[in-house]
Design a binder for this molecule. Structure first.
Ligand SMILES: O=C(O)CCC(=O)C(=O)O
Ligand SMILES: [Fe+2]
Length: 140
């Protein structure tokens, strides 16, 4: 099993445990994403299109360290008295429901490359990416 596949399974298990959804979620999308200097993402939630309604949970595992390999690029939740900033660091994960309760953004990356394992999880087995990317394995 590669490190990437192990990380994917670990994120799935951690989200299921944290939200009391053991063995109920499947991975709808997983991707290793590099955010170059200048990259940013404005306020949004992750199920904000009709074709994204199968996305129930979001999880982002940070794979490198702010201030060492890249500058700025905080994750921010909009709710609460002011934005809640989460500085990315290797091994830190944010997980939240993909719906409008969790509006968030990514502040601009100032320099370097910010690397994440980004995943969307679904309660609908038919939304699983597994069959599309791994020839039908149900859970790995
Ligand atoms: O990389 C992050 O911290 C969050 C990314 C995000 O919000 C998204 O891809 O929808
Ligand atoms: Fe997002």
């Amino acid at each position: 099993m590669t490190d990437g596949v192990r990380a994917r399974s670990a994120v799935l298990a951690a989200v299921e445990a944290a939200f009391g959804l053991s063995l109920e979620l499947c991975v709808e999308f997983s991707g290793l994403i590099g955010w170059a200097a200048g990259a940013a993402l404005g306020w949004h939630h992750d199920a904000n299109r009709y074709y994204l309604s199968q996305r129930h949970m979001s999880a982002v595992l940070y794979l490198n360290d702010q201030g060492v390999e890249f500058g700025a690029g905080n994750f921010c939740f909009q709710d609460g008295p002011g934005p809640l900033r989460v500085p990315p660091k290797a091994g830190r994960m944010v997980a939240y429901t993909a719906d409008a309760r969790n509006v968030h953004c990514v502040e601009e990356v100032a320099w370097g490359e910010r690397v994440t394992l980004t995943m969307w999880l679904s309660l609908e087995p038919s939304a699983a990416e597994d069959g599309r990317v791994r020839g039908g394995a149900a859970r790995w």
